[in-house]
Design a protein. Structure first.
Lengths: 188, 188
DNA sequence: CGCCTATTTCAGAAATTCCTGAAAAGACGG
DNA sequence: CCGTCTTTTCAGGAATTTCTGAAATAGGCG
C-alpha cells in the first residue's frame, strides 16, 4: 500500500471496521479510498493503492455497487471503468440507511408477520407469539417514522435533527405540546 | 433442536440473521430463545433446546451480557444461573442503539477527529481531509440528535416517532414552523 | 473476423471465525 | 477441606469467509 499517511490511516481504519459493518476488509478499504479520492479511480489504480489482487477489487466494486455506495463513471477517451462515491454525505447516509434496513430489518419483519399469522398450539406458543407481536409493533413504529423522514430534503432533515433536541425537551411537558400542535394544525 | 414450531422458526431466523447483525448463529439463537421464553432459562435448558455444546452456550451468554441484551436472574433454591432478556422492547431498542453506536460509530468518530487534527502535506491530503470533515460533521449531527433522543421516556419517544411524520410535513414550510417554535419558546 | 484490452468468474488456498470436548476454576454445603 | 455441581477457559478441529491466480468472457476497433 502506497498512499499519503492521512489517506492510508483512513483507509486502514475502514478496513478494520469492515467486519463490524458487515463488509470485508477489502470492500471497506476500496470505499474509503474512493471516498477521499479527488477523482474517479479505475480498478488498476485501486489495485496499486491497496496492494490486493485485481479480482478482489473487481468483486469489491461489485459489492459496493450493489449497496449503491459506489458508481461507475466513464471518462472520455478511456475504455476502462472508473468509480466514485457520491459527493453528498447526506445522500450517502440515506443510501446506507436504506440498504441496511433492507438487509437487516426487512427479512425479520417479514418472518414476524408470517409467524403472527399462525395459530398457536400451546401456551408456550401463545406467549412466544405475544412477544413477537411486541417486537413487530416496535419495528413497525420505527420503520414508519423512518419512511417519513427519509423523504425529507437534506435541508429539512438537518433542521429536523437540530430541532430534535428542542422538540424532545418540550415533550417532557407533553400535554401542553400536543395541545400546541393540535391548535396549530387547526389554525393552518 | 426440540422446540414448538413457532418458536423454532423464530430461533432459526435469528440464527440466520446473526451474521448480518454482527453476531454468530448461536448467539442469535440464544437471544431469540430467551426473548420468547416465558421464564428465565439456565444454560442446560438452552443446550437442550438448541442442540449446541455447553461451552458454546457459555460463551454466547457472555457475549449477550456484554451487549446488555441478556441478564442473569437467580431463582430461589437453585444454584444454577438463569437468564432472561429485559421485557420492555423499547428498552431493548435503546440498548441495541447504544451498543451499536459504541462499536460501529464511536471508533470511527475518534479516528476522524485525530486525522482532522493533522496538517495536510499535499493537495491530495488536503482534499482527503475536507472529505473527512464532511463525514465527521454528518456523524456529529446525527449522534447529537441521538444523544438527545435516547434520554426520552418511552412514552415520549413513541410520541416523537408518531409525531415525526407530522413535523416532517410542517418542515416543508420551514420558515413558518421555525417562527412557530420560536414564538412558543418565548411565550413559555 | 482477429486482436487487444478490460472485466468477471471460479476453484482452491489462505485466513478467520465458530464450535467442541476436555480440563481447570469456582462455588457452596456438609 | 472434601465432594459435588456448575461455569469458564482454551487448544485445536470444523466451518465459513476472504482472497488469489488462472482461465473465461466481454467489448470494442481496425
Amino acid at each position: 500500500m502506497n498512499l499519503p499517511p492521512l489517506v492510508q490511516a483512513f483507509v486502514l481504519h475502514f478496513g478494520e471496521m469492515g467486519s463490524r459493518w458487515g463488509i470485508n476488509r477489502t470492500v471497506g478499504q476500496i470505499y474509503a479510498l474512493l471516498y477521499v479520492s479527488p477523482d474517479p479511480l479505475n480498478a488498476e489504480q485501486i489495485v496499486d493503492a491497496l496492494g490486493v489482487s485485481r479480482s478482489n477489487v473487481s468483486m469489491g466494486l461489485k459489492e459496493l455497487q450493489a449497496w449503491n455506495l459506489v458508481l461507475p463513471k466513464h471518462l472520455p477517451n478511456d475504455r476502462r471503468d472508473h468509480f466514485t462515491t457520491p459527493d453528498d454525505v447526506w445522500q450517502i447516509l440515506r443510501t446506507l440507511a436504506e440498504e441496511r434496513k433492507k438487509r437487516e430489518v426487512d427479512p425479520t419483519l417479514s418472518v414476524l408477520r408470517e409467524l403472527l399469522m399462525q395459530t398457536p398450539a400451546s401456551d408456550e406458543e401463545r406467549h412466544a407469539q405475544a412477544r413477537m407481536a411486541e417486537m413487530h409493533g416496535l419495528i413497525e413504529r420505527v420503520t414508519t417514522w423512518y419512511d417519513d423522514v427519509k423523504r425529507l430534503e437534506t435541508e429539512n432533515l438537518v433542521t429536523l435533527l437540530a430541532l430534535g433536541a428542542k422538540v424532545t425537551r418540550l415533550l417532557e411537558a407533553k400535554d401542553k405540546v400536543i395541545g400546541l400542535v393540535r391548535g396549530r394544525k387547526e389554525a393552518s
